[in-house]
Design a protein around this ligand. Structure first.
Ligand code: FDA
Length: 419
C-alpha cells in the first residue's frame, strides 16, 4: 500500500496545533494532525481553572517584551501583530461562546474550556483535517529536494517521512506543536526539543515558569503555619546588592503554602527568577507603613499586631509581630526605631527561594527552540526547509493571563499561512 502523503503533518493537537491545522486545512491544504495523548487538548481543558483564559485584551503586539519572556521576545512581534486578540475573539463570537473579562484584560469563557476545544475541532472539521490520536511518532527523516524517500508515493519529491504507531506517512512540511514540559501526566514530552536537536537547531535551556516557589524546610518553618493566607503584594527579584530598581515588578495576590509561596504574584515573578536570587516583597503596597505606625503610636494603646491587622491578614500580622520582642507590645510603648524597622521590613521582605515546584505544577516551560533559528514570518527553521515550530515549544513565554494562548494562536496562524 502506498504511503499516505499530506501537504503538512502537524505533531501536537494542543492549542497551537489545532488552530494551525484548521487554518491550513481551510486554505485547501491536506493536513494530518497527530497527538500521542488519548484525549485532545488537555491543557486547554484544565486552563484558567476550567474556564480557559483564552486571550488578553492588553497585549501590545508592537512591544511584546512587555508581556513575554525569552531570549528575544521581540521575535513574537510579527505573529502577534498579524493575529491579534481581536481575531481570536471574533472566532469565539462566531461560535456563540460567551466570555467575560475578569482582571487586567484577561478573557475567560462563561462556560467550560470544553467550548474552546469543540470550537477548534469544528474548525478542523471545516478544513477537512485528518487527526490520528492517540498516535506516537517513532522517527522523522527528511529527504532533501529530488531525493525520493524509499517508501513515499511518487507525487512528491521531498519532505518528511514519519514512522508512527499508525504506520508511515510523508508530508511536504512538518509542524512541531508539542508544547513544553509542564504537567507530564497529561501528555507533555520533550519531543519538540529532541526533534530540534535532530535537525541541528539551537535550544535555549528550559526551566519551569509560572510556578510556585519553595523554600528550605528550616527557613520556611516560621511561615508554614500561614498556609492558606492570601494578600495583595508587590513582588520583584532583587538584583546584586539587594536593589530591585528598574526590575520587573508585579502587583498581584500572594498565597502562602505549606512549602512556600504561590498565587499570581509569585507565578508571574517566577518566570523572571533564577536560582539563588532573593525576592523583595512589599506586603502592604500603597500603604505608608511608617507614617501609619507613628500615627498609631500617638493615638492608640493597641498591640502592634492589632495595628498591623489594618493592613495585613490577621494571621500574618500576628506572625510578623512575634518575630521580635520589641514588636510584641502596645504600639504606644514601642520605640520609634523599632517601628521604623518594622515598616521597612514589611515593605522590603527579602526572602530567597530554594527552588520551585517544578514541571508538575508549572503552567509553562521557559526556553525552547531558539528564535534565532526561526523565521518570524512563518515560524520555519531558517536552516531546515519545511520544518516549523509553533506555540510553547518555541522560546517565547507569556505572562499569566491569556498571553500564552495568544502566542499559541498567533504563531499557529503565522505558520498556517506558510503551509
Ligand atoms: P499544548 O501543551 O497545548 O499542546 C501540546 C500537544 O502536543 C499536547 O496535546 C500533547 O499531548 C502533544 N504532544 C506532546 N508530545 C508529543 C509527542 N511526543 N507526540 C505527539 N504529541 C505530543 N495559558 C493561557 O494563556 N491561559 C490560561 O488560562 C492557561 N492556563 C493554564 C493552566 C495550566 C494548569 C497549565 C499547565 C497551563 C496553562 N496555560 C494557560 C498555558 C497554556 O496551556 C499553554 O501555553 C498552551 O497550551 C501551549 O499551547 P501548545 O499548543 O504550544 O502546547
Amino acid at each position: 500500500m502506498a504511503t499516505p502523503h499530506f501537504d503538512a503533518a502537524i505533531v501536537g493537537a494542543g492549542a497551537a496545533g489545532l488552530l494551525c491545522a484548521a487554518l491550513a486545512g481551510q486554505r485547501g491544504r491536506r493536513v494530518l494532525l497527530i497527538d500521542h495523548a488519548p484525549k485532545v487538548a488537555e491543557k486547554i481543558r484544565i486552563s484558567g481553572g476550567g474556564r480557559c483564559n483564552f486571550t488578553n485584551r492588553d497585549i501590545d503586539p508592537r512591544a511584546p517584551e512587555r508581556h513575554y519572556v525569552g531570549h528575544n521576545p521581540r521575535f513574537a512581534r510579527s505573529a502577534l501583530s498579524r493575529y491579534t486578540p481581536q481575531d481570536f475573539i471574533r472566532l469565539v463570537q462566531r461560535h456563540g461562546i460567551g466570555f467575560h473579562e475578569k482582571h487586567k484584560g484577561q478573557l475567560f469563557c462563561d462556560e467550560g474550556s470544553e467550548r474552546i476545544i469543540t470550537m477548534l475541532l469544528d474548525e478542523c472539521a471545516d478544513g477537512r483535517v485528518e487527526r490520528w490520536q492517540p498516535c506516537a511518532v517513532d522517527s522523522v527523516a527528511f529527504s532533501g529536494p529530488n531525493v525520493q524517500p524509499a517508501s513515499a508515493s511518487s507525487h512528491q519529491d521531498h519532505g518528511y517521512l514519519l514512522q508512527t504507531t499508525r504506520g508511515a506517512v510523508t508530508a511536504s512540511r512538518l509542524v512541531i506543536a508539542t508544547g513544553g514540559l509542564s504537567i507530564p501526566k497529561i501528555g507533555a514530552s520533550d519531543f519538540g526539543y529532541r526533534l530540534a536537536r535532530q535537525f541541528g537547531l539551537p535550544l535555549v535551556a528550559q526551566r519551569p515558569g509560572l510556578v510556585p516557589l519553595t523554600f528550605q524546610g528550616e527557613d520556611w518553618a516560621p511561615w508554614a503555619p500561614l498556609a492558606g493566607v492570601a494578600l495583595p503584594v508587590r513582588v520583584q527579584v532583587a538584583g546584586p546588592g539587594g536593589s530591585a530598581k528598574g526590575r520587573m515588578a508585579f502587583d498581584e495576590d500572594l498565597l502562602f503554602t505549606h512549602r512556600g509561596l504561590s498565587g499570581p504574584a509569585i507565578l508571574q515573578i517566577s518566570s523572571y527568577w533564577h536560582g539563588g536570587e532573593p525576592l523583595i516583597i512589599h506586603l502592604a503596597p500603597g500603604v505608608d507603613l511608617r507614617a501609619g505606625l507613628v500615627a498609631a503610636k500617638r493615638q492608640s494603646r493597641k498591640h502592634i499586631a492589632n495595628i498591623l491587622a489594618q493592613w495585613l491578614p490577621t494571621r500574618l500580622a500576628d506572625a510578623w509581630a512575634s518575630r521580635r520582642a520589641d514588636w510584641q507590645r502596645p504600639v504606644n510603648e514601642a520605640g520609634d526605631k523599632a517601628l521604623g524597622q518594622l515598616a521597612e521590613q514589611l515593605a522590603r521582605w527579602q526572602i530567597t527561594p530554594s527552588g520551585s515546584e517544578g514541571y508538575k505544577k508549572a503552567e509553562v516551560t521557559l526556553g525552547g527552540v531558539d528564535t534565532r533559528a526561526l523565521s518570524q514570518q512563518s515560524m520555519e527553521a531558517t536552516g531546515q526547509s519545511g520544518l516549523h515550530f509553533i506555540g510553547e515549544v518555541v522560546d517565547v513565554t507569556g505572562w499569566l493571563g491569556g498571553y500564552n494562548f495568544q502566542w499559541a494562536w498567533a504563531s499557529a496562524a503565522a505558520c498556517a499561512l506558510a503551509l
